[in-house]
Ligand binder design. Structure first.
Ligand SMILES: C[S@@+](CC[C@H](N)C(=O)[O-])C[C@H]1O[C@@H](n2cnc3c(N)ncnc32)[C@H](O)[C@@H]1O
Length: 214
């Protein structure tokens, strides 16, 4: 991991939150079998997470949500749709990344319509801060991707600037369409403008090879 990302992390909040329920050591242990992990952070009713788990039975999808009623909804969907590769954590996802994540443990992280806190005085409550982004970067595997989608242009711009300050992230395209989340469906049906991007964690080896090539 690059140095600036490392140094952004040790500023740890006190007290450290309890472990998420059902969590012992690694995210992988939440699933019946090991597979690349995809996270849906602030998963809401789980529409995206369930569709993605259905589309990719070869992956493990971890939906993280802090509202219990929504967690139950996602768990019910996993049961009804028989998705053993979809698991839910009832936990604040920023704390999960900051305190209960392992480096290079996750293939994709999706943050879809995080609470925007549009009023200037409330922006401090936004979940995606520089520290959380540094932890998110750390949790991604080399080559792994972070996808953000929001209807709030100011929030998007702020994240874009923070990501640009992390030297290991490159903007990338995804050749395939993702299933829509609940909020995405609502905003798209109204024709509202959406702001989003996918950033890829640089593969240091590939970069070094590229740099060394004639
Ligand atoms: C605007 S909704 C978007 C839900 C879903 N991603 C979608 O696109 O339909 C934001 C969701 O994030 C959850 N949330 C907000 N802050 C959170 C946090 N720190 N940890 C976990 N969930 C959070 C809220 O409870 C809510 O369900």
């Amino acid at each position: 991991m690059c140095e600036s990302v490392e140094t952004a992390l040790p500023d740890v909040r006190v007290p450290k939150p309890d472990k998420p329920e059902g969590f012992s050591r690694s995210w992988q242990e939440l699933f019946p079998r090991p597979a690349p992990i995809v996270c849906d952070l602030g998963a809401g009713n789980g529409r995206f997470a369930a569709a993605y788990a259905e589309l990719h039975p070869e992956w493990n999808v971890l939906a993280v949500e802090r509202k219990w009623s929504r967690v139950r909804k996602i768990e019910r969907a996993a049961e009804i749709r028989r998705l053993p590769n979809l698991r839910t954590l009832w936990f604040p996802w920023d704390d999960l990344l900051l305190f209960w994540s392992r480096a290079s443990s996750c293939r994709e992280i999706h943050v879809l319509f995080p609470d925007p806190w549009p009023k200037r005085r409330h922006r401090i409550r936004r979940t995606l801060t520089a520290r959380v982004l540094a932890a998110l970067y750390r949790a991604l595997e080399p080559g792994g991707c972070f996808r953000l989608l929001t209807d709030d242009s100011d929030y998007y711009g702020a994240v874009e600037r923070m990501v640009a300050a992390l030297p290991g992230f490159d903007r990338t395209e995804h050749p395939v369409e993702f299933p829509w989340s609940h909020f995405e469906t609502i905003f798209r049906s109204k024709g509202d403008p959406l702001y989003g991007a996918i950033w890829q964690k640089g593969n240091r080896e590939t970069k070094e090879k590229r740099r060394g090539s004639p």
